[in-house]
Design a protein around this ligand. Structure first.
Ligand SMILES: *[C@@H]1O[C@H](CO)[C@@H](O)[C@H](O)[C@H]1NC(C)=O
Ligand SMILES: [Cu+2]
Length: 182
């Protein structure tokens, strides 16, 4: 009985603590430049070109509140034209803004302050499935039929997984200690 109890507690710890630690990738938009009027109009497309954005990951826009904002555009046409009318999305003005990538396909983000968008403060990214291969060209063809694994399958190990395991070791010992007294 005690063995089953220990196994249960260890399983619970693994699910609660290890899974979130390995699953999350947050892309910092523009890296140290942040979300601002960029040094060149192609800055954010160059930033995005080297990266793969996967379902369930997040992107973070770093900017001082009210200096810039983030609006997700519905269409490529309005994104290209920096035309903010007829967007039902809320403008987010409080920095930093973290957007979770919950939908496959193209996503278009702009800043609506002044002429920032037409100066290049705009970002288009293509969100691919969690298991798709390497970087895709922006706007490249999607493959909606690409296989996705059952949700119970563990994600591939990331460099942080051993750290996460180390972090849970004290908890494991604590749990074992608690078990000992019952
Ligand atoms: C902006 O978009 C709206 C609707 O999407 C359109 O009616 C309007 O003509 C556009 N404005 C410009 C300047 O293109
Ligand atoms: Cu701006």
């Amino acid at each position: 009985m005690a063995g089953a109890g220990v196994a249960f507690v260890l399983g619970l710890i693994a699910v609660v603590f290890i899974h979130p630690a390995t699953a999350q990738t947050v892309h910092i938009v523009g890296d140290s430049t942040g979300w601002t009027v960029p040094p060149s109009p192609t800055f954010y497309s160059e930033w995005a070109a080297g990266k793969t954005f996967r379902l369930g990951e997040s992107i973070q826009f770093n900017f001082p509140t009210n200096a810039h904002d983030v609006l997700e555009m519905k269409t490529k046409e309005s994104f290209d034209a920096c035309n903010f009318t007829n967007s039902d999305n809320d403008i987010e003005r409080t920095g930093p803004v973290i957007e979770r990538l919950d939908e496959l396909g193209m996503h278009y983000f702009v800043c609506t302050v002044g002429t920032h968008c037409s100066s290049g403060q705009k970002l288009a990214i293509n969100v691919v499935s969690a298991t798709a291969g390497g970087p895709m060209s922006p706007g490249g063809p999607m493959s909606p039929s690409s296989p996705s694994p059952p949700s119970s399958v563990m994600p591939p190990p990331s460099p942080s997984s051993s750290n996460a395991l180390m972090a849970t070791l004290p908890l494991t010992f604590f749990a074992l200690l608690v078990m000992t007294f019952f």
